[in-house]
Design a protein around this ligand. Structure first.
Ligand code: ADP
Length: 266
């Protein structure tokens, strides 16, 4: 009789633990599944440019190219090789995020200044398409991993340029909101179809394969944004209108949010 309640206690104590293990196992399985899919995709993505490079090189090696076509052939090899470099760099970034092997040192980052810096870096790319940047809002100090915040915002701004139209505009806003520090990147570009709005955050996912290829996209940019958001407890909101433009918001949680909340409680 005495043992019974004890057993119950033990059972009650164990149940959530066992459920926890179950959840952990399922998460592990899911992670393993994702890794498998990732490696399959990686092999495919690496093979495509490598096959072109070796194909072009073989034709040149066999002396089958007319002298006037040599430049075009070397250009194609060069472009495919550049694409490979970007791809490998992105894959390394992603695996680092996966392992969380980057020094996870947080520091106060002024998101407004970071945005300005990023826009300056992207200016040459924007100028080529006569796209203008408009940065507005206020200084926001956020305690995060600078390198990753930089990559996240850079990828969003770069996409806003890449998938924009000639003479278009990229508006970036930073500020404190009730939800927390926020960065909004809005463009006047080609937009994303409604049914693909969530999928673009998947690894290697591209809406228009040929268009992205022209732009040198790897399909990894937004998945880096998603990973970075997870690491920072940030939310991502996306809205888009085909042919009109896209708006992506990063909403950061954490300390600064609490400050804002308590200010509002007063
Ligand atoms: P990529 O390297 O191809 O740009 P991303 O992961 O950054 O890869 O984006 C995935 C896909 O989402 C892109 O190939 C593009 O089709 C679409 N996309 C991303 N950002 C935008 C945007 N601002 N406007 C329109 N389409 C976009």
């Amino acid at each position: 009789d005495l043992e019974h309640p004890l057993e119950n206690d033990v059972y009650e104590e164990l149940t959530p633990l066992l459920q926890g293990i179950d959840v952990q196992n399922r998460e592990k399985e899911k992670a393993a599944e994702m890794r498998k899919e990732f490696s399959a995709n990686v092999s495919h993505e690496l093979k495509t440019p490598l096959t072109s490079i070796s194909g072009y090189a073989e034709i040149m090696k066999n002396g089958l190219v007319r002298p006037e076509d040599m430049k075009g052939f070397s250009e194609r090899i060069y472009n495919e090789a550049s694409r490979l470099i970007t791809l490998v760099e992105d894959i390394i970034k992603i695996s680092k995020l996966d392992e969380k092997s980057i020094e996870l040192e947080k520091q106060e980052v002024d998101l407004y200044l970071l945005v300005r810096e990023i826009c300056t870096r992207l200016a040459p790319q924007a100028e080529k398409k006569s796209i203008r940047f408009e940065v507005s809002g206020e200084h926001v100090s956020y305690n995060g991993i600078r390198q990753i915040l930089d990559e996240m915002i850079y990828n969003l701004c770069e996409n806003a340029v890449k998938y924009n139209v000639k003479g278009g505009k990229v508006s970036v806003w930073t500020g404190n909101t009730l939800e927390g520090p926020k960065v909004i990147v809005e463009d006047t570009g080609i937009g994303i179809p409604e049914e693909e709005k969530e999928r673009v955050f998947e690894r290697f996912y591209r809406v228009d394969k040929s268009h992205s290829r022209e732009n040198g996209g790897t399909g990894l940019g937004l998945s880096i944004v998603k990973h970075g958001a997870l690491l920072h407890d940030a939310k991502i909101q996306i809205s888009s209108n085909l042919g009109k433009g896209t708006k992506i918001e990063l909403i950061f949680g954490g300390d600064s949010r609490k400050e804002t909340d308590s200010e509002n409680d007063r």
